[in-house]
Each structure stands twice: as C-alpha cells, then as structure tokens.
Design a binder for this molecule. Structure first.
Ligand SMILES: CC(C)(COP(=O)(O)OP(=O)(O)OC[C@H]1O[C@@H](n2cnc3c(N)ncnc32)[C@H](O)[C@@H]1OP(=O)(O)O)[C@@H](O)C(=O)NCCC(=O)NCCS
Length: 188
C-alpha cells in the first residue's frame, strides 16, 4: 500500500522503475552523496538485487519510488537505511532533474519523515550531505533538521574539497513542528 501525499505517493519499486532509478544514480548531477565514487550500477546488477528483494521495506532498509498521484509519472526515489528498531535511520532522496524546484522533494521527504516517526516510532533521523549541495541542505533544514557534524574538507566532489555535513532531527523536534499529530509513544 503506498504512502499517500497530496501530489505524490511513495510506493514500492517495480521492475519498470529500474531504468529510471539507474539513470538517476548514474547521472553525476542527480546522484547524491555517492557522487564521489564512480557509478557502478548496471541494469543487470540492479535487476538481480531487485529480484532478490521481496518487500520494498523491512526493519532496516526501505526503498520507494516517488510518483505523481494523477499521471503516475516517476519523479524520483527515496530510501531509508541503517535503521535500528525504534531508534534511528538515514534518509536518502533523488529527484529527476525535470522535477527539481517544484516542491516534490519536500513533500516526499515529509511523507517519509511522518512514516518513520509516526508509524515506525523512531527516535531520530539523520541526513548526510556536503557543503556545496545547497538544495539538499535547504531541504533538510526546511524540515527542521539541525547541523550536528561538519567535517572540514572531508569530501572531494566536482573537483574541489567540500565539508561533509551531518544533520539530525529528533523525535520531539518533529512532533513540535507537527502539532496536528499526537505522539502516542512513551518517552525514552
Ligand atoms: C536536493 C533535491 C532532492 C531537492 O529536490 P526538489 O524537489 O528540487 O526540492 P523542493 O522543490 O522540494 O525544494 C525544497 C526547498 O529547497 C530549495 N532548493 C531546492 N533546490 C535548491 C538548490 N539547488 N539551491 C538552493 N535551494 C534549493 C527550494 O527553493 C525549497 O525551498 P523554499 O520552499 O524555501 O523555496 C534534488 O535537487 C535532487 O534530487 N538532487 C540530487 C540528489 C541529491 O543531492 N540528494 C540529496 C541527498 S544528499
């Protein structure tokens, strides 16, 4: 069952999404923090790993396609990983370049945050990026993250040394920003 938003849904990855996701991954401008390593994914490798996975998410990892509600167009992908039960997860996002700047990234990100805090009961969510990725930083800060790590000149991207930036949002910070939601979990 998809996670439904106003303009987009997060749904399971289907075989017909694989080429779109590979195109995102193997496009140096559209890839995320992995852009400092050479692209390695071929369609066959990707198909293999897709065929092995029974579900789009489990307790440690989730991988979703972002699609428009009305026209069912592929907009991008969202992931969560390193999830410890009831504790934390890292979020990743990639939006197709033709959809940048239209608010889809923000909507998809808010949908996943709600899923992780409200449905999965996490304590914190992490975001990893670098100093020159202004869109990524803006997206995280717009949703209430705080910069908690800055490793200077730790990543070599686009021909220059950039700072690695780690951001976090805690459960209580998320609920403070969302008074329409009631946190039913007991405080740790
Ligand atoms: C980063 C990314 C996900 C943003 O997605 P998007 O759909 O374009 O973002 P939105 O349209 O929802 O914009 C959210 C906010 O970020 C701002 N923003 C988006 N891209 C920006 C950019 N390149 N520079 C500065 N601000 C930017 C928007 O103006 C908006 O802020 P506002 O509401 O105050 O105006 C998208 O550019 C992308 O997929 N980039 C490549 C992969 C990547 O870097 N992923 C991040 C993981 S490290």
């Amino acid at each position: 069952m998809p996670i439904r938003g106003e303009r987009i849904n997060l749904r399971e990855i289907r075989k017909e999404d694989l080429q779109d996701i590979l195109d995102l991954r193997n496009n140096i401008d559209g890839s995320s923090i992995a852009r400092n390593v050479p692209p390695t994914s071929t369609y066959e490798e990707f198909l293999n790993s897709h065929n092995k996975s029974e579900l789009s998410f489990d307790r440690e990892y989730g991988f979703f396609a972002i699609e428009t509600n009305d026209t069912k167009e592929f907009v991008g992908r969202m992931t969560f990983s390193y999830m410890g039960p009831r504790f934390c997860a890292d979020i990743g996002i990639g939006i197709k370049e033709s959809f940048w700047g239209k608010g889809y990234g923000h909507e998809a990100h808010e949908l996943l945050l709600k899923f992780l805090f409200h449905n999965m009961g996490l304590q914190m969510v992490n975001w990893r990026t670098w100093s020159e990725n202004h869109g990524s930083l803006k997206l995280a800060i717009k949703s209430g993250y705080t910069i908690t790590v800055r490793s200077r000149e730790a990543i070599f991207i686009d021909g220059k040394l950039c700072d690695y930036i780690g951001l976090q949002i805690l459960r209580e910070e998320y609920y403070e920003r969302h008074p329409e939601l009631v946190d039913n979990l007991q405080k740790i």
